[in-house]
Design a binder for this molecule. Structure first.
Ligand SMILES: Nc1ncnc2c1ncn2[C@@H]1O[C@H](COP(=O)(O)OP(=O)(O)OP(=O)(O)O)[C@@H](O)[C@H]1O
Ligand SMILES: [Mg+2]
Length: 536
């Protein structure tokens, strides 16, 4: 290895593949036990001692700080799934692990990686086609099915009160959806999640508007403003401190008074400008000086300060207002509108509710829960469900869960493989077998015999309406998933197929790992450090 700097390490050929597959499988194994409603949770403690309790694949892998490049690629699979669909991250990672495991056996049988890659590519395309074919249609107003989708995606996330939360999710998505050229456009930025401990999850609510976790700055201000005209300001209502080290020498009380008067005058002018525009509410991203608060209160204006930039932007969208940086330039046209702005006490804290916005396409889900851990996990469950409902509406297609879709695709793929023939046939069959890892894992979490379950599923899928049969994890038997309301968006499956198959192909294509000497993640002897990765 003359051409490499001293201390670099290199692993070649089969060894390189073996290591990458080993790592990828270990990552998949680490999240495997969390799959499905009967899946377990993980408790993750970061180096600051903060605790996260979660069942969400993307969250768990994100917290694990995986170092090895192959492991990182697996984490990417979860992240992509999270970004594109919002749910199905655990399944995508497990599937990628399964594909690599099957590939390993083929490699052991001396099948060349390029044949496996080719077969996997064909199988991926065919699998997505099959998924499309077996999917059922869904219409935007089918609230009942949408609720089932939300519910399915939330199960297992230890967010009891799933029924309540799924209603909120569906209503939120239906509210913010916009129809354009017959297609629904949904921007989840318009759904804000605000969390507050102190009540039960059942008391979570949907507010058609925006909730700010802030209180009104001055006790002399009105607590409630109807038909509010809202000024959105991202500058401070304060006198700027001089940036250079200036010194002002004051030699007489008159001068001091004049100086203070001038400051007062400037603040008064600011408030007058705001008042002149006709604003009755001020939402400020920065601070508001005590004196300015006093003037605003006298003018009967309700004001909130130190609001998050993202909230200010949401408010601009929903109230139709413009964010102003120069207070002296504020005009009537810059103001946003809302039916009411009011302060309400939630769990001992005041929050400001801006409701009945000009553009009602902004909502807030106010999540309540006993403890911070509970609402944090509920928030993750909500984001998953929001993603699932959104992608179902966008595609207008659903499939059933509980492993039913995976088994159906696997069986049809095997039929397809027969027609392909050649060595690729072996790879396509391997792909099909890898898909069975989902129902198999679900069966395991339910304490069922995984092999018997697979055999049973395969046999019964041949029958009429067989495609709906999956694993009933609650009663530990094979069942019709429609009856159990286990419905998922088609995109959960197609996206998982794409990302899992891509990462498998990418890792199989690598036959040379070269690691620089410093900061090398390749451990001694070329074998990675597997401690704590939960290897089977
Ligand atoms: N009531 C149910 N009965 C059987 N299977 C179910 C049920 N509810 C959900 N599932 C299945 O559980 C799987 C989803 O599990 P889970 O939500 O833990 O992981 P995920 O969606 O892949 O990843 P994420 O961690 O992002 O949620 C899917 O295969 C789904 O069909
Ligand atoms: Mg899920």
């Amino acid at each position: 290895m003359m051409f490499l700097p001293e201390g670099s390490r290199r692993v070649l050929g089969r060894d390189a593949q073996r290591i990458n597959i080993l790592i990828a499988k270990a990552v998949a194994n680490a999240v495997k036990s969390t799959l499905g409603p009967k899946g377990m949770d993980k408790m993750l403690v970061d180096d600051m001692g903060d605790v996260t309790i979660s069942n969400d694949g993307a969250t768990i892998l994100g917290e694990m700080q995986i170092d090895h490049p192959a492991g990182k690629m697996m984490v990417e699979v979860a992240k992509t799934q999270d970004r594109e669909v919002g749910d199905g991250t655990t399944s995508a990672v497990i599937l990628a692990g399964g594909l690599l495991q099957k590939a390993e056996s083929l490699l052991d049988d001396e099948i060349h990686p390029s044949i496996i890659i080719n077969g996997y590519r064909m199988a991926e395309k065919k699998a997505k086609d099959i998924a499309n074919e077996i999917a059922d249609g869904l219409s935007f107003d089918d609230t009942k099915t949408l609720r089932k989708i939300a519910m399915t995606s939330m199960t297992g996330k230890s967010a009891e009160a799933e029924a309540r939360l799924s209603d909120l999710v569906v209503e939120a998505v239906q509210t913010v959806a916009e129809k354009e050229d017959g297609k629904y456009h949904i921007d989840l930025d318009h759904v804000k999640i605000e969390k507050k401990t102190g009540a039960s999850l059942h008391e979570s609510e949907l507010i058609k508007g925006i909730v700010l976790d802030k209180e009104i700055v001055h006790s002399g201000m009105p607590r409630h403003v109807e038909n509010a005209k809202i000024a959105l300001i991202d500058a401070a209502l304060e006198i700027k401190e001089t940036e250079t080290d200036a010194k002002i020498e004051i030699t007489s009380p008159d001068q001091l008074q004049a100086f203070l008067d001038q400051e007062e005058g400037m603040l008064k002018k600011m408030v007058e400008n705001i008042q002149k525009s006709g604003a009755t509410v001020v939402v400020c991203q920065k601070g508001i000086d005590d004196l300015a608060q006093h003037f605003l209160a006298k003018a009967g204006v309700l004001a909130v300060r130190r609001v998050k930039q993202s909230d200010l932007q949401k408010l601009a969208k929903s109230t139709g207002g413009k964010i102003i940086s120069r207070i002296q330039d504020i005009t009537k046209e810059d103001l946003g509108h809302a039916k009411s702005v009011s302060e309400k006490k939630i769990a001992g804290d005041n929050m400001v509710f801006i409701e009945g916005c000009k553009n009602p396409k902004a909502v807030t889900i106010l999540v309540r829960g006993g403890t911070q851990h509970v609402i944090d996990e509920a928030e993750r469950a909500l984001t998953d469900a929001l993603g699932a409902v959104t992608s179902s509406i966008k595609d207008g297609k659903t499939v059933t869960g509980g492993g039913s879709t995976e088994i159906e695709i696997a069986m049809q793929l095997q039929e397809y493989a027969k027609n392909v023939g050649g060595r690729e046939q072996l790879a396509i069959n391997a792909f099909a077998e890898a898909l069975e890892i989902i129902p198999k894992t679900l069966a395991e979490t339910a304490g069922m015999d995984p092999i018997d379950t697979l055999v049973g599923l395969r046999a019964r899928h041949k029958g009429k309406e067989g495609k709906y049969l999956g694993v009933n994890v609650h009663d530990s038997k094979i069942d019709d998933m429609r009856k159990l309301n286990v419905v998922e968006p088609l995109r959960i499956k197609t996206q998982a197929l794409s990302s899992a198959s891509e990462v498998a192909q990418m890792l199989l294509r690598i036959d040379d790992i070269i690691a620089a000497s410093s900061g090398s993640k390749m451990p001694k002897g070329g074998m990675p450090d597997m401690s704590g990765m939960g290897m089977d």
